[in-house]
Design a protein around this ligand. Sequence first.
Ligand code: PGA
Length: 248
Amino acid sequence: MLVVTKDNFDEVSKEAAKLLATLLRRKPDCVLGLATGSTPLGMYKELIRLHKEEGLDFSKVITFNLDEYVGLPPSHSQSYHYFMWENLFKHINVDPRHVHIPMGMAENIDEFCQWYEEKIEECGGIDLQILGIGANGHIAFNEPGSSLGSRTRIKTLSDKTCEDNARFFENKDEVPRYAITMGVGTIMQARELLLMAGGAAKADAIKATVEGPVMAKYPATIVQLHQFATVVIDSAAASKLDGSYSGF
Ligand code: PGA
């Protein structure tokens, strides 16, 4: 695992965008695994800038998002469909036919999850998966206790996650209790992982992920077993690490 520590979150976002853009220039038809939440927003802004100012081309890219709330239609302002179009897709030249986001309104969720797994495989697998991390150590909506071999499925959100995400809704009760999420095993099959984190609220989760034992209590710790994983964090998220990690 390569741990890159930056002074501030702006630099984390720029570094992550640089890594993604490097892959995109090398492999224009790459398959990207994308994430939502506050963490990737700065990276998406930088990618939009690179597209507008430097012609970074997304026309051949295929994308798969990590997760989506069950019961929210794509038009809902807190759905991850809405998030992705607002914060990235509508600003770049991605082909809408190449975009895949779990369907929170799927009639048969199990069938949908199976289809999603098959679609990822049919597209050749994910080249680079972007990951945030929950303060409780979740990746995507794989909450503590998730099977480390799990595949795309429906999960119940933990109280901690509902509390953390309540800021986007009127109140905690409005936060959907279920989500469709890629599994930990699905994520681990990506050829490369890029986990980003910023802020002191993530320091414990980052400590467990980088220096703790691998355990289902902190699903993000599985990243230690990936051959090509990069963790890019700011100094606040790195503040509880014993080791010093200066980057490349
Ligand atoms: P955040 O969430 O980016 O909004 O902090 C990350 C996550 O829960 O995975």
